[in-house]
Design a protein around this ligand. Structure first.
Ligand SMILES: *Cc1c(COP(=O)(O)O)cnc(C)c1O
Length: 377
């Protein structure tokens, strides 16, 4: 079955009890136990809930992993996965990782003596050199945020496997429709389901997919132990979002591609970052490991003033953090997602005052262009 069909037909499309074509929202915390000497599928909703379980099985199938777990947010998912490690373990994390991940690793896991190295994972030699005796895992994000830098997944995974390391991939920007890291050898895939998977800017959620039963058991024990679970109502919203993932992504990606080309030819634009443009330095590698370039892009204007004016004058697009919704969202990283990062760090990573990020939505292309053209005057 092809991916678009799997979004609709994945074994859970018909409710086994009623035939309903939508999974019921099991708004229950606990379950009657008919025989105290027997274990049953559900006994308490922190440990398992039927609506959440359908979501967890669905995402595991879509990513090609063995088990899926749904969490209260993308950050709950990331924090829970990182809790698999112990004091004294060393992790390599790509330096332009999501801001929330950077903070939790630096401010929280470091207190528990988890040793962390941030490095440029687009440089496979740097990754090799960063591996120590106590290294346990490599945490990646590609394309990265907000400059859409590309890590060569196959090369880094090969290096990791030679050294017996786990590879953890935050796949939020691509979704399983466009990129499936487990098929390339990764061990754990994480999503902020708040973004493309939910897709409607109406729910916060996180998903984890794991390869291998042993690792799955560790993640499950943390999910059940820490209890950062996703509620049944939010699980249902994300299941609904998943059904239209492909059609949304196809349209948004097409808009993004055209917008990237239009921006690249605009006299007020200095640079466009989109892996779908052939001049993007990671374009070839990206297209060898993903089925498309997605719907997020960034650009730099000719000066800081133009960027600030654009943010003030853009009307159709929302000015907001987040991405992956049906509406086009523009964000200004230096004041929003990366505001807490020291300026020197930001500049070293290329996150400057003339940089704008766009998550392209489902609007008609001509209306988007008109809005952007006015805002760039
Ligand atoms: C938004 C985001 C997260 C965090 O997810 P929340 O649902 O906001 O907790 C993690 N990684 C990436 C790449 C994101 O875009």
């Amino acid at each position: 079955m092809k991916f678009g069909t799997k979004l609709i037909h994945n074994g859970n499309e018909i409710d086994k009890h009623t035939g309903a074509l939508s999974v019921p929202i099991y708004q229950a915390s606990t379950y009657h136990q008919t025989d105290i000497d027997k274990t049953q599928d559900y006994d308490y909703s922190r440990s398992g809930n039927p609506t959440r379980r359908v979501l967890e099985e669905t995402i595991a199938k879509l990513e090609g992993g063995d088990r899926g777990y749904a969490f209260a947010s993308g950050m709950a998912a990331i924090s829970s996965v990182l809790s698999v490690f112990s004091s004294g373990d060393h992790l390599i994390v790509c330096e332009d990782v999501y801001g929330g991940t950077y903070r939790i690793v630096n401010n929280f896991f470091s207190r528990f003596k988890v040793d962390i190295t941030f490095l440029d994972a687009t440089n496979v030699d740097a990754v090799r050199r960063g591996i120590k005796k106590n290294t346990k895992a490599i945490f990646l994000e590609t394309p990265s945020n907000p400059l859409l830098k590309i890590t060569d997944l196959k090369e880094v995974i090969k290096t990791a496997k030679e050294q017996g390391l786990l590879v953890i991939m935050d796949n939020t920007f691509m979704s399983p429709y466009l990129q499936r890291p487990i098929e390339l050898g990764a061990d754990i895939v994480i999503h902020s389901a708040t973004k493309f998977i939910g897709g409607h800017s109406d729910v916060i959620g996180g998903l984890v997919v794991v390869k291998g039963e042993e690792l799955a058991k560790s993640v499950y024990n943390i999910q059940n132990g820490f209890g950062a679970i996703l509620g049944p109502q939010d699980s249902w919203l994300i299941l609904r979002g998943i059904k239209t993932l492909k059609v949304r992504m196809d349209h948004q990606q097409n808009n993004a591609h055209r917008l990237a080309e239009w921006l690249a030819n605009h006299h007020k634009i200095a640079k466009v970052y989109y892996p779908g443009l052939p001049e993007h330095p990671g374009s070839r590698i990206h297209l060898s490991q993903a089925d498309g370039s997605g719907a997020v892009l960034s650009f730099k204007t000719i000066d800081d003033e133009t960027a600030r004016r654009f943010m003030k004058n853009v009307h159709l697009a929302a000015v907001a953090v987040s991405l992956g919704g049906v509406e086009t969202i523009v964000s200004y990283p230096v004041k929003m997602s990366h505001a807490s990062m020291p300026k020197a760090n930001r500049e070293r990573l290329g996150i400057t005052d003339d940089l704008i990020r766009i998550s392209v939505g489902l609007e008609e292309f001509d209306d988007l262009i008109q809005d952007f053209d006015c805002a760039l005057l």
